[in-house]
Design a binder for this molecule. Structure first.
Ligand SMILES: [Zn+2]
Length: 156
């Protein structure tokens, strides 16, 4: 996707917001965007870097101690009532919590003054040895992750 396409995408989103009367549309768009971003797990991000031939060591000091920031979200609808869980084995309860928890990569704005649109987001990796920070555009990663869904036929 070149710059023109990205700009077009953003203008289109902005126009849709204006036509829709602002806040409700903005909220819906952010909610949908967030749902997509929750698909990018640390494992898929690692697969993305390997697939693209990205360096797995720090570009500054060559250390392999690279970390990414993660976020997690629990889908409480998947957790049974405490009356039910109190009857279960601790291992079973732990399994339910694990299945209800989504871990995804934390993202940041590229330009802090602009909105949370897909084209303005980045992932960061941190070197735990020298502190060097690398940046990856969310758009590139998410498009790759979603292309996997298309291949495997999971896409709605
Ligand atoms: Zn380093």
């Amino acid at each position: 996707m070149d710059n023109f396409d990205e700009d077009f995408l953003e203008i289109k989103e902005t126009l849709e917001e204006i036509n829709d009367g602002g806040n409700a549309a903005r909220e819906k768009r952010l909610y949908e965007l967030h749902a997509r971003l929750e698909k990018v797990t640390p494992e898929l991000f690692a697969d993305f870097l390997i697939e693209k031939g990205a360096k797995s060591h720090c570009l500054s000091c060559h250390s392999s101690r690279i970390s990414v920031l993660q976020r997690s979200k629990v889908d409480f609808e998947k957790i049974p009532d405490p009356k039910v869980t109190s009857e279960l084995e601790p291992m079973e309860v732990a399994r339910l919590w694990s299945e209800a928890t989504v871990i995804y990569l934390r993202f940041f704005k590229i330009d802090p003054d602009r909105d949370n649109v897909l084209t303005n987001l980045q992932y960061r990796t941190n070197c735990q040895n020298c502190g060097f920070i690398s940046h990856y555009r969310v758009l590139a990663v998410l498009e790759w992750v979603e292309s996997l869904e298309t291949v495997s036929g999971k896409k709605k």
